[in-house]
Design a protein around this ligand. Structure first.
Ligand SMILES: *[C@@H]1O[C@H](CO)[C@@H](O)[C@H](O)[C@H]1NC(C)=O
Ligand SMILES: *[C@@H]1O[C@H](CO)[C@@H](O)[C@H](O)[C@H]1NC(C)=O
Ligand SMILES: *[C@@H]1O[C@H](CO)[C@@H](O)[C@H](O)[C@H]1NC(C)=O
Ligand SMILES: *[C@@H]1O[C@H](CO)[C@@H](O)[C@H](O)[C@H]1NC(C)=O
Ligand SMILES: *[C@@H]1O[C@H](CO)[C@@H](O)[C@H](O)[C@H]1NC(C)=O
Ligand SMILES: *[C@@H]1O[C@H](CO)[C@@H](O)[C@H](O)[C@H]1NC(C)=O
Ligand SMILES: *[C@@H]1O[C@H](CO)[C@@H](O)[C@H](O)[C@H]1NC(C)=O
Length: 379
């Protein structure tokens, strides 16, 4: 009896302990990951992991008095930068018209903020003493491809984020560090990718190249990007869906390119493609092959602001379809359901058809049998 009660006691106390640990973990976890929704950094918010010591602000501008930091932080800090005491490894040198990266950067630097300056070059000597650099934020500068020292970043083995949106780069830098996870190069003048630029970047998950001047992607260009999930190619000069994209991609953005047609095999091989954006592409119904979207991984398809006159054929697994601002005149259920039955219906949740040449009463009477789980329809 005694043994029994001791066991019970032990079990209960262990269970209690687990509960406490679980609660701690949960509380800790929700407190450790924050999202900074700053649309200026290439339009993709940044997840901050506070457990790793990542700073949760990207700039101190307008937040705190720099004189206070200088007076209260005993650490060495370059004259052109601010060093907040709460993030000892972060160096804020942003928004100050600097023409060059400050010299004698402290070796402790892991998070380097240099956005909104006039920096045009990057030399390897300036970063040579910093071996733990994790983020390099260079948005809104004047970086030029021919002034980038090829060796500057190569040895930065801890570097996981490089942001250089809104610069004057004409090509993707070639010797990037192998551990990189995010490369944001939106709104530059990039027209080419140096051969082999990505061959070692097996951990890169996010690549932003929107607002550049890319026309094609050749066989070797993106080779090596085996973990790439999100690829933004909006607003480039593609005239067809580029070939040779990494098959791991889940989010592919190609809006604001002038695409003449979508072939049967335009998206063949993308077994993980879930979110596809093709708005503002000048697409016409007759230039879209009926089988081009026939793959079941697709969750969301954006074809808004094109010149479509009919609803394209989409897989029954599709959940979000955006067709607003086209020239669609009618609605045929075969676009969504090839046949109807207890298990054969469209999984569509949201369907946007507003800004077209059709009205609600044009929906066929039996549409509810096909679009059975629809939550919103806009006409
Ligand atoms: C930065 O560059 C811009 C444009 O080239 C120029 O107008 C501005 O005066 C420069 N600022 C500084 C502080 O040099
Ligand atoms: C790197 O460290 C060495 C030795 O401490 C120093 O002489 C040199 O100036 C430093 N270089 C830079 C760019 O800070
Ligand atoms: C990078 O590392 C290699 C090998 O360790 C070395 O030869 C090279 O000088 C380093 N480059 C820079 C810019 O520090
Ligand atoms: C890539 O990520 C894995 C898992 O996080 C890690 O073990 C590996 O060292 C990383 N590769 C590089 C080159 O940093
Ligand atoms: C596409 O271009 C239009 C018009 O220039 C612009 O309003 C829109 O924001 C752009 N969309 C994307 C995703 O680039
Ligand atoms: C779509 O692809 C599946 C196999 O993935 C195939 O069985 C089916 O016939 C295709 N449908 C059309 C309309 O091509
Ligand atoms: C819908 O499309 C199917 C196959 O393309 C066609 O046979 C049928 O006549 C169309 N229905 C209407 C109402 O246009």
């Amino acid at each position: 009896m005694l043994i029994f009660s001791r066991i019970t006691y032990l079990t209960v106390s262990m269970a209690l302990l687990y509960c406490v640990v679980l609660v701690l973990l949960c509380v800790f976890d929700s407190a450790s990951a924050t999202v900074i929704a700053d649309m200026d950094y290439g339009g993709v918010p940044l997840w901050i992991n506070r457990l790793l010591g990542e700073p949760s602000v990207l700039s101190l501008q307008g937040r705190m008095d720099p004189i206070w930091f200088r007076a209260n932080n005993p650490q060495a800090c370059p004259q052109q930068c601010d060093c907040p005491i709460q993030w000892p490894t972060a160096l804020y040198c942003d928004h100050r018209g600097l023409a060059d990266i400050p010299d004698s950067l402290p070796d402790r630097t892991q998070y380097l903020f240099l956005q909104r300056n006039n920096i045009s070059s990057l030399s390897s000597t300036l970063l040579a003493n910093i071996t733990d650099l994790r983020w390099l934020i260079l948005d809104h500068n004047q970086l030029q491809s021919d002034k980038l020292d090829q060796a500057a970043l190569q040895n930065q083995s801890q570097l996981c984020y490089i942001f250089a949106n809104h610069n004057h780069l004409t090509s993707v830098p070639s010797t990037l560090p192998a551990g990189l996870k995010q490369l944001r190069l939106a709104h530059n003048k990039i027209s080419s990718i140096s051969p082999g630029a990505f061959q070692n970047l097996h951990n890169l998950t996010l690549l932003l190249l929107q607002g550049n001047r890319l026309q094609t992607i050749t066989d070797g260009d993106l080779k090596g990007l085996v973990s790439l999930k999100q690829l933004d190619l909006n607003g480039n000069l593609f005239s067809s869906v580029p070939r040779h994209l990494p098959p791991s991609v889940q989010q592919l953005y190609l809006s604001n390119n002038t695409l003449t047609e979508l072939d049967e095999d335009s998206f063949v091989g993308f077994l993980n493609l879930k979110y596809l954006r093709l708005s503002h592409c000048g697409l016409k119904s007759r230039s879209i092959h009926p089988k081009v979207f026939n793959f079941s991984s697709l969750v969301e398809l954006d074809l808004s602001y094109n010149k479509l006159t009919t609803v394209p054929t989409v897989p029954t697994t599709l959940q979000y379809l955006y067709l607003e601002a086209n020239e669609i005149q009618g609605f045929n259920l075969t676009s969504f359901c090839r046949d109807m039955g207890p298990l054969s219906y469209s999984r569509m949740k949201v369907l946007r058809l507003d800004g077209n040449k059709m009205s609600y009463h044009q929906l066929p009477t039996d549409w509810v049998f096909c679009l059975r789980v629809l939550e919103s329809i806009y006409i």
